[in-house]
Every structure is written in structure tokens, then in C-alpha cells.
Design a binder for this molecule. Sequence first.
Ligand SMILES: [Zn+2]
Length: 482
Amino acid sequence: MGFKGEPTGKHGHTDIVRNPEFQAFLSACKPMMASDGDVRVQIVRRFQPYERNLTLHPDYLVAIDGSPYVSEVDRRFPSTQVLYVKVASVKLDLARLNTLRESKARYIDPYEINRIEQAATALSFWFNGANLVPEGASTPKAGFRMMLRRQFASEQSRIGGQRFLIDTLYDACRLRQGFEGIPGNDRDKLNYDEKTRSLIVRRCANLGCEAALEGIFVPRTIESVPCPACGEPIYATDVLRLDEAFQEYQDNEGVLTRIRTTLEHLLALHYLLYVHEAEPSAIHNIGIVMDGALAIFGESAKFHRALMAMHKIGMDDCGSARRPMPVLFGIQKSGEVLDFANLLDAQQAAEDCIPNGSFLFVDDDLRYRYVSPRPEAYRNAVYGDETYYGQDVIVKTHAGRIFVLNLAYTCGNKAGGEFSRRGDPLCYPALQRALSTVEAVESGLYSGSSIPQQLAHKYASISHVPGGKVLDILAKQAIKGR
Ligand SMILES: [Zn+2]
């Protein structure tokens, strides 16, 4: 995702402001809730101080950020599109970054930043969009599903010898159901068969069939199995349900956004599983930072539980090796919580501001009262129950910058009592390490963002000239040339 800061028109509203009818309307309105300075002060007082300690963070940090791009081959109806997603991961040497910081410069030179990059890789995924049918498929949507499965098994997705992204999808299904506490007799919810190590697909995704299935087993090594009802292929990647919003003849930008977030989080899981298999407790020294909240929205949302389960496994790995706890969080560059934090802090006398070097956990009570208010009757619902695997924390760094972190839950699943204490900072043994990481990577280059985000975005970015244009030209030439 890109950064804010585009200028907007400033004078478009002046004629409304001068309109006497508008002024009469405004003076007749009463605020529902008085802007209550006392409430603001009470909330600011709840911020807890922390020490700036640059020795606690992991030595390495991996930042993951994806960027979607739609190439319009033909704008006329029916829309003809090629879809691209690039997900970059950048590994940063935080120890080296600390050495640079000793120069006491307020801004870190971007050229210096280049030197602290250990490795940057980007996975590029591409799919046919509307009105394009790849060879071997019958419709655009069938082609999209086929491409999704192929991209998951592509050579670029292989890490550590034999782990492809498709393996991580199988593990995601296994982890999700293992930690969700789905009883064995609730067969409809199971997506993974331990005995045959197969995925279980329960709905045919082929247009015109969409049969509810007894449960089709798709083994890891087979690209597709035929649907018993229609004979068309069923893919393991169908469990992601990303095809459901796919448009045969219209714009697919919405689908692409869903693909981007799903891929970002599955890639994080991909790395976590790889480290777990190679050297389990090594994860204590490799922090992972995601762009945005630790949450998966849309049709693939249920896979957030796999990440939650995996983080708990990482904690157990580090615990049994007597290592510090692993660091996993997202940084949110926009949204209600950041708006709320900025409002708390804005235009106050210095002594009334959020103190530098402090944090606040945004528990559901605070959220439903002030951040995204709900009527009392609806405040019992767990925020993000179907989507989130992390807890929002507002942080004001010692340098005075505000960040909204989303810190990975530590309980592995949402079934037990531990989950009900997710708003308690004491439940997060990696909290101080995460704060230390934020202090190490904060940057003044863009407000609300940090060095790893900027870097990951740089590598992920395909939506700007010339990268995007090149893709446009390629797509047009290839399709016209046939
Ligand atoms: Zn079928």
C-alpha cells in the first residue's frame, strides 16, 4: 500500500460555508456527545510509560508488504484485464541500524538504509483477469483458479529446499483446525485430513455446478481432482475461496486486494513454518513486521487462525530453548485507531499530550466507547473475531511519533480463557521487545511509517512508472500478438 500525502483541493467547500441556509442548519444542530476534555484526559492518563531500550529487539527484522496492479488491456466492455501482485520481504540488520543511529542524525540517509538491507526478495504472482481464458481452462474464472494453484507451486515460492507455498497452504489448514478445537464429528468444518495429508474441499467452485460435496480429498502432489458432479477440476487453492468475487467480464481490483492480503499473511506463515522446521528457536532473533493489522479479511479470513496458532508454536519453541519470545506485529498506516490516537494528541498543550515513550492497549471497551462507538447492546461482541490475530496498541515513541501496532495474540486460539485477557499488556511477554523494535526502526521520512515499511514498499511497488507501464505494454503486446 502507498503512503499518504497527496494534496487535495482546499477551496471547494467555501461556498457551502457561506450559505446562510447551511449556517442556520448548523446552529440548530446539537452534539450527541459533548467534546469532553475530562474523558480525553482520563484516556491519556491510561498510557503506560516504557523505557527506550535498544538492546531488547531481535537482531533481524523481516518486513512484508504486497502491491497489487491491474493491467487494463482493453478498457471497452467487456473489460479485459491481467492481474499482478508482488509481495516483497526485506530482511533488515537492526544491529547495524543501531550503529548508524549513533551518528545522532534525526533523519537516516536513504542511501545508508540500503546498506542495512540483508536481503530483499519479491514474489510476483500473475493471473488472467476478466475476459481472458488461459490455455487449458474453459472460462476466465476457471483459468484464474488454475493459475492460483500453479502460482502456489511455482519455483519462486520455494524456500529451504522443499517448502513451496502450496505446502504452507496445507499446513495452514492443519494448524487452523488443530488449534480451533473443531470437534472431530463437526465434519463440515474440517479442511484437512491428517491420515492422507489431503485438503478437503466441500464445494465445487465451477460455474454452473457449485455442488455441495461430501468432501473431496485433494492430495498435496496432485494439481487437481475432477468434481464428481461436473467433471471439472477442483484445486486445493479453492479452499481460499478467492474466486468467489472474481468477475468474468468486469473489473477485478477488489479480488486483487483480497489476494494481496491473503498472500502477505500466508507468506509470513511460510517463513514461520520454514524457521520452525529448520531451527525452531531461531525465530526469537527474527522479528516479522506486516503492513497493516494482523488480520485477513474476506473469503480467506479463517486462515488468520493458522497464524495465531503458529505464533504460539514459535513462543513454545523459544520457551523450551530458554530464548526471548518472538516478535510479530503489524503497523497500521491508517484507520480508526490511528485517527483516534492523533485526535487524542492533537492541538493540546504539551503537558496534556500523550507522554512520549508510552503505550495504550485498545481493549474492546475503549474501542466500542470511543474509537468506533457502538450502542451498549452491541458491545459484547469480540472485535475482529473472524479476522484478527493481533491486538491494537497505540505507541508514542520517545521521539514523539505515534504508531498503531497490532501485536500478535499469544494464546494460540480463541477458545480458552486466555483469549479474554488479550487486552492486558501482561499477557504479552514480547511487548518490550516489540517496543524496542519500533524505537529502532521509526523514521521521520513519512509520518506514521517506519523504515521496514518504506523498504518493503519500495520492493513491492509495481504500481508506479515505469514498472506498471511495462506490464501494461507487455500484456497488450502478448494478447494482440495471438
Ligand atoms: Zn462440480
